[in-house]
Design a protein around this ligand. Sequence first.
Ligand code: ADP
Length: 268
Amino acid sequence: MTSTPAATLPGTAAASAVGLTKTYGSGESEVRALDSVTVDLHAGEFTAIMGPSGSGKSTLMHCLAALDTPTSGQVVVDGTDLGSLGDKELTTIRRTRVGFVFQAFNLIPTLTAKENILLPLSLAGRSPDHAWFDTVVDAVGLRDRLDHRPSEMSGGQQQRVACARALVSKPSIVFADEPTGNLDSVSGAEVLAFLRRSVDEFGQTIVMVTHDALAASHCDRVVFLADGKVVDELLRPSREQILEHITALQAAAAARATRATGATGTGA
Ligand code: ADP
């Protein structure tokens, strides 16, 4: 039997943010993209991060994935405090412990599907686990497409190659940034079904940033950000519950903005 990818025990955190703050600029032009965010991303769970544009979703994901460094606070991935690591060690963490799926697929156009899937392992100088490679390729339904280049595949097929690439190194956590944002609804549903299956059957941990309530309804947990803070979460929500929640958060944000405008007297 093929071993499962997650090294972390279910119920524990595959990644955590502790008092995570990220600011850009300084003085009057300072932007607080993250404002003391503390959140555990549980191993073996599919978590969605939602929130309005500018609420800090990308910044949080980039800090958790070791692609960006916080101004203060701590990021722990797989039990390792990223703040204690140098550049070389951070590169190793990104290559070996973290998988990525991007909205724009980000495949290498000159490589075949198989070569794209194996690229992270090649870069890390690791040899593939052939049984695991076969399991992942069959799970995404790409067996008969392995010799095709990205230009010879549909968007949905390319994103399934990207999903396989993310999983093949058995990362502790996969970060998916709007993975269905460029796909039609049928291809999007196939990608979400694969991500769900990789959590349920392979014990993978996945964190997905999405604007799409239907996509988030595939998740075990939805964490809501607003103004750089975690403001709420829902467990196993339906699409309708997520939509209701987003509407309530938008109304609260509009009320805050109205109060702020009224308080400073700069409205209209
Ligand atoms: P989201 O992903 O929810 O849309 P982001 O994390 O991209 O939010 O951005 C959060 C806030 O940080 C926004 O106000 C954004 O303008 C700001 N921000 C993000 N990246 C930068 C940057 N490189 N320089 C300056 N401000 C940034």
